[in-house]
Design a protein around this ligand. Structure first.
Ligand SMILES: [Zn+2]
Ligand SMILES: [Zn+2]
Length: 363
């Protein structure tokens, strides 16, 4: 079926090129309908990844940060009134990517869930899988070449070509095309997976690159970068993280390729919009930060606008059992809606209200 449709599209393409020798290869979504809109929120989740892609009335969440980011993800989606996700993508099941995804499923219903594996031995994966099971949404393992629509944008799966024991190099790599602009998400993909994707001959060229593995030295190889040829790149990375991300090695390659870089550690939430022809960026703070120097000086005074940890975090109260839970607790996934109450506050406040901490998630 797949081969047959490829052959047919090859014949059609050849016929088109023969009939119109000056007609170039058109990207799938090069015409953007009137009134269409496209935005990506690279949410500042510290040393982790989370990006919310909104196109027309459709939404896709690519990773959800650490489990400590659960309240932030919950609040971010709620503030944008995102109560439905067409797709939720776990690029790979490391905690800094999957941890906050269950929280998203407290705010939003979901149609499709993508993950490179259907099982991973961790509490965070268990929570994610339990939420999806409860929602009746199976985990889909996508294959390179798969594509789907997100509003008037098109999403194409480029990787992983192989799932290996190296879970970073099994990251889902996907490219979103909106009009003449495109966006490449690489999870924690390193040189090895970059090479296997290069070997497939896929068209990697993208306007914006979400830099692989938080700017580690073993990601963003020259060959890969020169195929992607991005105008702009976003590095999702935490201030003073213990890994030294983003590394001078990755930044120097981005400098050499003349890429304009945005960074969540220096600039907070990074918001990218496209009109189908050009992309523009806005950042939460420090618009003029030197993003290409590993030891950049930044304005530590600026405070995040979307989330105030001092106001407490979002808890889930069971009004029947009088237990309280973190958003990401698997018990929340199976709690009856009539007993479920969300409460933003401090642990002390919740205890003072007569609730006991859940023994499973230990809030
Ligand atoms: Zn990561
Ligand atoms: Zn990882």
């Amino acid at each position: 079926m797949k081969t047959a449709s490829k052959v047919i599209s090859c014949i059609l393409l050849c016929a088109l090129l023969i009939c119109h020798p000056i007609l170039g290869y058109a990207d799938p979504g090069s015409v953007v309908p009137d009134g269409s809109n496209f935005t990506i929120h690279f949410i500042d989740v510290g040393q982790a990844d989370a990006a919310l892609v909104l196109c027309d009335d459709s939404a896709m969440l690519v990773d959800g940060g650490n489990k400590e980011d659960s309240s932030l993800i919950y609040t971010y989606l709620r503030n944008l009134s995102v109560n439905h996700l067409d797709y939720i993508v776990c690029t790979h099941p490391h905690e800094d990517h999957i941890g906050g995804l269950p929280a998203a499923l407290n705010v939003a219903t979901v149609d499709h869930a993508l993950c490179p594996v259907t099982f991973y031995d961790s509490n965070q994966f268990e929570a994610f899988a339990t939420y999806l099971e409860r929602a009746g949404v199976p985990i889909t393992v996508p294959s390179p070449g798969d594509s789907f629509a997100l509003g008037s944008a098109t999403v194409e799966i480029l990787g992983p070509v192989y799932v290996t024991d190296d879970i970073n190099n099994s990251s889902i790599v996907l490219k979103i095309t909106y009009g003449d602009t495109s966006f490449l998400f690489t999870g924690d993909c390193s040189f090895e997976e970059e090479q296997t994707i290069l070997d497939t001959g896929a068209n990697l060229q993208s306007t914006v690159l979400k830099v692989g593995h938080h700017g580690s030295a073993s990601s963003t190889n020259y060959h890969f970068l020169y195929e992607v040829m991005p105008e702009c790149a976003v590095i999702s990375v935490g201030q003073n993280n213990p890994y030294g991300h983003p590394t001078e090695e990755a930044l120097s390659r981005l400098r050499d390729a003349d890429v304009k870089v945005y960074r969540t550690d220096l600039q907070g939430d990074v918001i990218c919009t496209s009109d189908g022809t050009t992309v523009s960026f806005s950042v939460e703070k420090n618009p003029d930060a030197d993003t290409l120097t590993a030891s950049a000086v930044y304005d530590a005074q600026a405070t995040p606008v979307n989330y105030n940890p001092e106001a407490g975090i979002e808890y889930v109260l069971n009004t029947n059992s009088h237990k309280f839970h973190y958003l990401e607790c698997p018990s929340v996934a199976t709690m009856k809606d009539k007993n479920k109450q969300y409460y933003q506050g401090t642990r002390e406040e919740v205890i003072a209200m007569g609730y006991e901490p859940c023994g499973r998630c230990n809030p």
